[in-house]
Design a protein around this ligand. Structure first.
Ligand code: NAP
Ligand code: 2V4
Length: 253
């Protein structure tokens, strides 16, 4: 613990699920964390309160992503919070975690659903990275939460998989763009992870999802968060442009 003392981090979509676990883990390591949310103000406040109760530092930032002005709204709140808590606006660690998913048969996909999912899952992260670079110092970190579904076939997730495949391109191209500044850019791809949603309460569904991992379980969000915390740390300084399979062996075939 304590590997991120003095660092600042933004975790998009950290009011619940994987993002929440990431925010809590980075805060446990000493980072000041911006807990971003869209609609879950109470949930985000609870995350911040929990972090503070554990001796960490955090503040909440609201912004709906995938709508016009989203990045402006996000960075207005982020910069205000960073300034208030640190006296500057340096952002050491950017985690693009917020995302949406829908199970849709290929025949049910519409241009509107495609555009919405692409806007939240891929377009917003690109422009968050672009804007974030004015705040991220040399040696900073960009970590994008993608999905094992860019590597395993699932017809009902063709649109989702396409958006995550697009998101994965950020690590490839920006790692080269930012190498001279020692900023690393990586993708973390979870498999099925219990985000507290209703599907994980249905025993038959949970068992079917569990069988996909070689460990025979769905992931806890903390398992993914530990991987993100490693990438955020100095120990991972020589990893960039990577696709990190954090699916518990779901992609083994
Ligand atoms: P989740 O529990 O559904 O939480 C999603 C988070 O993203 C919430 O904090 C939500 O904020 C925020 N969010 C959603 N839409 C948003 C929007 N339009 N603008 C701003 N914020 C938005 O998600 P999760 O299951 O933990 O997944 C987190 C990430 O991991 C996603 O990118 C997902 O694709 C990826 N992933 C998940 C799994 C899995 O099995 N769970 C597997 C692989 C990859 P509000 O609640 O405030 O609206
Ligand atoms: O099955 C997944 C999966 C899932 C789900 O469990 C349902 C959920 C939580 O609503 C959203 C979700 C997002 C995902 O990205 C995945 C996923 O990546 C995945 C799943 C099963 C097998 C391999 C995977 O990579």
């Amino acid at each position: 613990m304590g590997k991120l003392i003095g660092k600042t981090a933004l975790v998009t979509g950290s009011s619940r699920g994987i993002g929440r676990a990431v925010a809590e883990r980075l805060a446990d390591e000493g980072a000041l964390v911006a807990v971003h949310y869209a609609t879950g103000a109470d949930a985000a406040r609870e995350v911040v309160a929990g972090i503070e109760k554990n001796g960490g530092r955090a503040f909440a930032v609201q912004a709906e992503l995938g709508v016009p002005g989203d990045v402006d709204t996000l960075f207005a709140g982020l910069e205000k919070g960073l300034e208030e808590h640190t006296g500057h606006t340096t952002l050491d660690i950017l985690v693009n975690n917020a995302g949406i998913m829908a199970m849709l048969q290929p025949a049910e996909v519409t241009p509107e659903l495609f555009d919405r999912m692409m806007a939240v899952n891929a377009k917003a992260p690109l422009f968050i990275v672009q804007r974030g670079l004015s705040l991220i110092p040399d040696g900073g970190r960009v970590i994008n939460i993608t999905s094992g579904l860019t590597r395993v076939a699932s017809p009902e997730q063709v649109t989702y998989g396409m958006t995550k495949a697009a998101l994965e391109q950020i690590a490839l191209h920006f790692s080269r763009h930012l190498g001279g500044r020692r900023i690393t850019v990586n993708s973390v791809a979870p498999g099925s992870t219990d985000n507290g949603g209703p599907v994980f309460q249905v025993p038959e569904i949970r068992e079917a999802l569990s069988r996909l991992s070689t460990f025979g379980e769905v992931a806890e969000p903390t398992a993914v968060a530990d991987v993100v915390a490693f990438l955020a740390s100095n120990d991972a300084r020589w990893i960039t442009g990577a696709f990190i399979d954090a699916s518990g062996g779901t992609l083994l075939g």
